[in-house]
Design a protein around this ligand. Structure first.
Ligand code: ZN
Ligand code: ZN
Length: 117
């Protein structure tokens, strides 16, 4: 039986293609199999994968255009907040990113909210 090919480096892994995913080491759900050396590299975050539509590679012949498309896709699909979304109180307009949650309603000052009522 052939072995799986590593999705990162393209080398053959030691995992038989018929091995159930529950019994595999280095298998990433939705992405595929890693070889042992790729699996051992880095932390768990570095092993996380994102998927992009295959046709983007052909639709965006310009590398930097494709890059920015992938980056935007990452922020949209895999990260909760927009990178540049301002975290401010809508009443006083001050930055509230460093304010403790106890003193906030959403991104607004609890105090400012109360003053409005
Ligand atoms: Zn590998
Ligand atoms: Zn405020």
């Amino acid at each position: 039986m052939p072995n799986e090919i590593c999705i990162l480096c393209g080398n053959e892994t030691t995992v038989d293609v018929n091995t159930h995913v529950d019994h595999r080491i280095g298998y990433i759900e939705g992405a595929g199999q890693l070889c042992i050396s790729c699996y051992r590299k880095g932390n768990s975050e570095s092993r996380e994968q994102i998927t992009i539509p295959k046709n983007w590679v052909l639709d965006y012949p310009n590398d930097s255009e494709l890059g920015s498309k992938v980056r935007a896709h990452y922020w949209n699909q895999y990260v909760d907040k927009e990178p540049n979304e301002p975290i401010i109180c809508k009443y006083c307009g001050k930055d509230t990113s460093q304010v403790e949650y106890d003193y906030l309603i959403g991104t607004d000052h609890l105090e400012c909210c109360l003053k409005q009522d």
